[in-house]
Design a protein around this ligand. Structure first.
Ligand SMILES: [Zn+2]
Length: 257
């Protein structure tokens, strides 16, 4: 059993063949999916998707990129309410993204939006799915204030080994995606991290794994096997061992059965 812990199947690039994409994923052994949202307007669509598809669960959140255009406080009650739905297994993706050099004011908004959603996750006892890009110091500072009260995953981790270890110390897992098939820096970090601290995710339609890059520009959950194969290679363990551990980690983190 494989779990794709992070996908965006609601992306319009899947409008033409969404059900085929799900069918192909099931063929390679994916039995559970987590649809991750980035903005308020997709929460209701995600709920519908989770209702229609037995295997699909959802995560509700506002991505840091969308934090600056959101009316503060107006969404908190909606999130609190919608996140109580039994198929909402996490709050995310939430976090900090400094890649495009946000202004001081934008950074403040990102932080406020992030902290408010962390507090909601804490209140509801849900794990968080964290997007962190070029903002490791600030993310670690914020998360460490929760004194291990939060659990979650650092989605598509791409930082240094030092940052990886700091997140693990705070009780977080690392989400591994397509870049593991070509980023030697990430391969090194993952080689140093216990398999008990890793979950696999595709981030479809983004982050196509290497071996599909030549002929495919849209990632989809069925390519998750390339990620598992690469982790097995790096750690010199079997595909099955990677699968067993990463699935158990995901089941535990997201409280799935
Ligand atoms: Zn994502």
């Amino acid at each position: 059993m494989i779990i794709d812990t992070h996908m965006h199947l609601l992306d319009e690039r899947f409008n033409i063949d969404r059900s085929l994409v799900i069918a192909r994923a099931k063929q390679v052994g994916i039995s559970k999916f987590i649809e991750v949202t980035c903005e308020v307007k997709s929460w209701e669509q995600a709920r519908k998707l989770a209702e229609d598809e037995y295997n699909i669960f959802m995560s509700l959140g506002i991505h840091p990129i969308n934090a600056c255009c959101i009316q503060q406080y107006s969404y908190n009650n909606i999130l609190q309410k919608m996140a109580k739905y039994h198929k909402c297994v996490a709050i995310g993706e939430i976090g900090l993204d400094y890649h495009d050099k946000p202004s001081y004011h934008e950074v403040l908004k990102q932080k406020l939006c992030f902290i408010q959603q962390l507090n909601i996750a804490l209140n509801l006892n849900k794990p968080v799915i964290i997007h962190c890009r070029d903002a490791y110091e600030d993310a670690i500072n914020i998360l460490s204030q929760y004194n291990m009260g939060l659990k979650g995953v650092i989605h598509c981790f791409s930082g240094s080994l030092k940052y990886a270890q700091e997140f693990l110390k705070l009780g977080f897992l690392l989400g591994v995606d397509g870049p593991i098939t070509y980023s030697t820096k990430l391969q090194y970090v993952i080689s140093q991290i216990s398999i008990n601290n890793i979950v696999v995710e595709t981030d479809s339609p983004y982050l196509v794994p290497n071996k599909h890059k030549n002929h495919i520009t849209r990632n989809e959950p069925c390519y998750i096997t390339s990620i598992i194969e690469q982790i097995a290679k790096i750690k010199n363990i079997s595909y099955h061992t990677v699968l067993k551990h990463t699935t158990n980690n995901a089941l535990k983190l997201f409280n799935l059965k």
